[in-house]
Write a protein that binds this ligand. Sequence first.
Ligand SMILES: Nc1ncnc2c1ncn2[C@@H]1O[C@H](COP(=O)(O)OP(=O)(O)O)[C@@H](O)[C@H]1O
Ligand SMILES: O=C(O)c1ccc[n+]([C@@H]2O[C@H](COP(=O)([O-])O)[C@@H](O)[C@H]2O)c1
Length: 201
Amino acid sequence: MKYIIGIGGVTNGGKTTLTNKLIKTLPNCCVVHQDDFFKKPDHIQVGEDGFKQWDVITALDMEAMTNTIKGWMENPVKFARSHGVALSPVPAVASSEEQVHILIVEGFLLYNYAPLLEAFDKCYYISIPYEDCKRRRSTRQYTVPDPPGLFDGHVWPMYQKHRRQMEDSGLNIEYLDGVKSKEDLYNQVYQDIQNNLLNRL
Ligand SMILES: Nc1ncnc2c1ncn2[C@@H]1O[C@H](COP(=O)(O)OP(=O)(O)O)[C@@H](O)[C@H]1O
Ligand SMILES: O=C(O)c1ccc[n+]([C@@H]2O[C@H](COP(=O)([O-])O)[C@@H](O)[C@H]2O)c1
């Protein structure tokens, strides 16, 4: 069985932290990070506001990301091996359908790209309030540092716009409170995944 989990949410909401905890405990679990598909800085458009438009879907090579996910869907064993993910031994009696393979797709604009929406078996979305987000972001180092004013001028307004768009899409999303402790968030999601997998077996 193949199972694809989306962990979307606001910048600095804790997506990577949660993902890194889950991949340590979920069996046969690979990960795709949307941040790995940002285009090079010279391919990022500059808006009328003067800011490079990093927080829009065209800043990402979504076709390449989709192809990576398709690669996992076609052959999760090969994908795991080529990404250095250790697989559980397959019992001699097990068929390939009995072996569970999990893919976590993590990113801030996961649910705003129509061709990918059908891929997810389960969609999580982490939110935190404006003040927490601004504070966490202020200490974060990206490959391209935030210019002054980017958060209020671009990042937060784009987050609000994309969130509304996602909510209007009718996708079935489980919202997570990113202000909860890292441990509580992990326990909540791990338990939910276990329950969902058991229901499918
Ligand atoms: N539940 C949490 N409570 C407090 N701080 C958190 C929590 N989850 C993550 N953080 C912190 O917030 C920052 C951003 O976390 P990260 O997982 O990289 O977010 P994202 O991948 O959503 O951008 C990091 O400094 C991280 O330690
Ligand atoms: O990773 C990069 O190369 C990069 C370069 C410039 C900006 N970013 C920021 O990365 C943010 C999304 O990543 P994250 O982990 O904070 O959800 C988004 O808000 C962008 O403004 C990221």
